[in-house]
Structure formats: C-alpha cells, structure tokens
Design a protein around this ligand. Structure first.
Ligand code: AMP
Ligand code: GLY
Length: 468
C-alpha cells in the first residue's frame, strides 16, 4: 500500500515509521526536508502542506492509495477535502469538522448545543467594551484564549501567564483589537491528559491515554508550547487517571463525534480530547483534529507489530477492523530536544551530533522534527521542537531513565525537560489529584453547565455567553 504523509515534523516521522513497519510505501509532502522522513520516503516533495492543489497533484502523480495529514494547518485549510475530491481516501477531517480545533468558539458552541456537559464556564466578549463585564462574570482565576490556531502558544492562564485580572483583560482586549474573537474561560484546577481516538463511520477507537508537558521549563514554568514531552502508562491509564474517568473522557469524545454527525459533518481521522481531570471529573480543555505532537508518538510507539496501514486505510474509508486497534502494554516517555530559549525566544542554528545507532542500541528511538541535515550524524536545529527521543519500559520512570541515558549520545546545545517521567513528578501529580478529591476539599466553585449558547456573535453589543 502506498501512503502520502502530509507534514514534516517528528509526529509525521512517527507516522511514516509505523507505516513502514507495516510494509507500506511512504511518500511525503512537507515544507522542510526532515532527515528522518527523507530516509523512509520513496519520494518526497517540498510543498507547503496547506497548498491543497499542489498536495493533490503530488498525491495523483505518486498514485497513492491513501493519505494521512499530520498537522492542523492543512486540515483547517481544507486539504483533506481537496484530497477526497480527488478520490484519495484520507485520514483527517474536512475543513468544516476540523473547526472543532481551529475555532474554540465553534467547539464550545457545539458542546453546548448538544448538551454535552464537558465545558468550564465560557464567555466570548463581542467587543472591547464587553471584556470587563465578561471577566467579572467568569471570575478569577480565568484563562484568555484566542479563537483560532495558535500552536499552543496564545493561551494565557491566570497564575502562570498573568497575575492581575486586569492584565488578562488587557490581553483579551488586544486580541479583539487585532480583529480576532476571544474566549474567557473559568480556570480549571487538576491534571491534564490527552485522550486520542481513531474515528470512522462505524465508531471511535481509543488509543492509550497520555500526559503532555506543555510548559517550556522544568517545574511547569515558562510559556505554553506545543508540548515538550509526554508519557503513557503500561495499562493505558495514567498514575492519576482511574479507568472510570478515562471512560468518561472517551464518552465525551464519542458524543462529540455524534454531535458533529448530527450537524452534518462526517469525521474520518483522529480526534484528540485534551482534558483536565478535576475534582468533578474530566472537563474538556480543547479538541484537536489530529494526532497530538508528541502524544501521537507515544501511541504509535505502542502500536502492535501489524497492520497500521490497514488501520489507517480503514479510518480513511469509513470502516475500521477493531482487531487492528492494538497497543502493547508498555509505558513510554517522549522528550523533545529544543533550541535554547524555546518557548520564549528560540535561538535556532545550533548543531547537534547524534549517535543514532548507539541510541537505538539502548532501545530508545530517535525521531526528527524541526531540523535540517548538516552532514553525517549532525543536524541543525530550527526554531521549533528539534529531535524527539522515545523510551519504553515496563514502568514510566524506567522509560524516562532510558531517554536520560540516551542523552549521553547527543552533543551540542539544546534544552530538554529532565523532569518528564520521573518518579517525583508522577508522585506530585497523584498527590495533587488526591488532595483535590479528598473528602472535605474545597468544592469546585461552579457546577458544569450545559445551558445553550445565547445570541450569536453578530448581535451587536451583546456578549455571547456560551455556557453557564
Ligand atoms: P488550549 O490551546 O486550549 O489547549 O490551551 C493551552 C493550554 O492552556 C492547555 O493545555 C492548558 O494547560 C491551559 N488551559 C487552557 N484552557 C484552560 C482552562 N480553562 N483552565 C486551565 N487551564 C487551561
Ligand atoms: N501536544 C499538544 C498538541 O499536539 O496540540
């Protein structure tokens, strides 16, 4: 089977490597020449992945059987629609359905309209004049989010990105003045986790739960990033995530797919629910219309030797064989090596010398992201997440230790979060949830609400309140 992979990061390297393990042939359309993808691909083209006509022309010329779209930007640009129109079965939703990720307002409205009780309190001020009233209504602490795609970097959380509610209000106003829409959300307290599922016409098929590390610096300080690393646990739950809460999260994702379908949007692809496990259960932080990066790497690492190509083709054509949805019972840790300053002011251009053979010999995988080849065993870091190291073991902390040992085979200047997957970090998270859920703990300030959205944004001067 011949697959087109759209995108050029470490997640796409993982997709291609997992397809290759299933004896599929891979061709790649990406803006950059990712050395990992170049080593696998039978053919590759330097194409802007959001350029539908060029992606389709390449898919046709390469006579591919199916396509899989890695990043969000091509989905938001309608590249899945263009491929389907050219009769290329595609893993990735239509532009309409991908609004579940590309518009946070669309997402919250969909949940409210279909009475899915998974949102915090949300307000979408219609104008700058409306912001102070919305802030007062949501109450502190709160979160400010631009409506559109921000690569995980535009969200400001009170207590981390600003202290005084007035600062948050100024940020919200500045976003509105730039012409975008803005959401204010009640700040959720708890532990975040990612629940990805394959979605086809016949149902949703869960992958292992994963916890991502979004903040740039150790101790969860610094700015929000696309994700500095992630871990998953042998039983596909997480140290702080019991089965009942995980099932509740899968149920929210399933109901959301049903809601999209009820609104006329068929979804074939991967749907990623980003949840906060709170004292009152899982609450939705965001949806993504694709594999998480890095979370997809954790999941694909665990994919059983077998027919990943058949699984993806099933997703793309509408019918998945449930026997193909199989993940091994092992723990994984992914850590990204990033340029110094990443998350604030990245300094690209540094050289990394990587002894990939020595790393692989220790059972750790190397996946390439935002890097250029710079000679044998050497890559040049770009602006973004450069190289992912993936360890697996029986316990999470063992997988983390494997990645740490593998760092001995990397020379050059980079930043990595050493605290991902350590026993200490895991214990802190378990304790955090235990305290939140302890009898007598301060009850969560507000119940979840599923009130339908109020007036549409066009109703001048009215703050559109989605929920609560
Ligand atoms: P998003 O792009 O919506 O995923 O937001 C990026 C990050 O901001 C999330 O992964 C959370 O860490 C944080 N965040 C977003 N919304 C909330 C919320 N309502 N409460 C607490 N943290 C949030
Ligand atoms: N790691 C978060 C994301 O893929 O958006």
């Amino acid at each position: 089977m011949r697959f087109l992979v759209v995108g050029g990061g470490a997640r796409e390297h993982a997709i291609a490597a997992t397809l290759e393990r299933a004896n599929a042939t891979v061709v790649v359309a990406s803006a950059n020449a990712n050395p990992g993808l170049e080593a696998i691909a039978a053919a590759s083209a330097r194409i802007d992945p959001t350029d539908g006509p060029r992606v389709v022309a390449f898919a046709r010329a390469q006579r591919v059987d199916a396509a899989v779209i890695g990043p969000e930007a091509p989905l938001a640009a309608g590249v899945a629609d263009a491929l389907r129109a050219a009769e290329v079965p595609t893993v990735g939703p239509s532009r309409d359905a991908a609004r579940i990720e590309s518009s946070k307002v669309f997402c919250r409205e969909l949940l409210a309209r279909h009475s899915i009780p998974a949102s915090p309190r949300v307000a979408t001020p219609a104008s700058v004049d409306d912001v102070d009233r919305a802030v007062a209504e949501i109450g502190s602490p709160f979160v400010v989010k631009p409506d559109g795609l921000t690569a995980g970097k535009g969200v400001w959380v009170q207590g981390s990105d600003f202290t005084d509610p007035k600062e948050g209000a100024v940020y919200a106003k500045s976003l509105l003045l730039q012409g975008g829409r803005v959401l204010l959300e009640e700040k959720l307290e708890g532990e975040e986790f990612s629940q990805m599922v394959f979605v086809s016409d016949d149902g949703v098929y869960p992958m292992p739960a994963v916890q991502d590390f979004k903040r740039a610096l150790e101790g969860n300080r610094g700015g929000n990033t696309g994700g500095m690393g992630a871990y998953s646990q042998r039983d596909h739950l997480l140290p702080f995530l019991p089965e009942a809460d995980r099932n509740a999260a899968v149920d929210i994702v399933r109901r959301t797919v049903d809601a999209l379908r009820a609104d006329g949007m068929r979804y074939r692809g991967v749907l990623y629910g980003g949840f906060m496990l709170t004292a009152r259960g899982p609450v939705l932080v965001e949806f993504n219309a694709r594999f998480g990066d890095p979370e997809g790497i954790n999941a694909m690492t665990l994919y059983e030797e077998g027919d990943f190509a058949g699984l993806l083709l099933g997703v793309a054509t509408g019918h998945v064989d449930p026997n193909l949805v199989r993940f091994r019972l092992r723990s994984t840790v992914v850590k990204y090596l990033v340029p110094p300053g990443y998350g604030d002011r990245p300094q690209p251009g540094g050289l990394l010398t990587i002894d990939a053979a020595a790393i692989e010999a220790e059972g750790v995988h190397v996946l390439y992201g935002s890097v250029d080849a710079a000679g044998p065993g050497t890559v040049r870091l770009g602006n973004s997440r450069g190289v992912a190291l993936v360890g697996e073991a029986s316990a999470i902390h063992e997988a983390g230790s494997r990645v740490e040992s593998a760092l001995a085979h990397v020379r050059g200047e980079y930043y990595v979060r050493h605290d991902i997957g350590t026993k200490e970090d895991l214990a802190r998270r378990v304790e955090h949830l235990r305290q939140l859920r302890a009898p007598g703990a301060k009850p969560s300030p507000l119940p979840l609400s599923v009130a339908p959205p109020a007036a549409p944004p066009s109703s001048a001067g009215t703050r559109e309140q989605l929920i609560g």
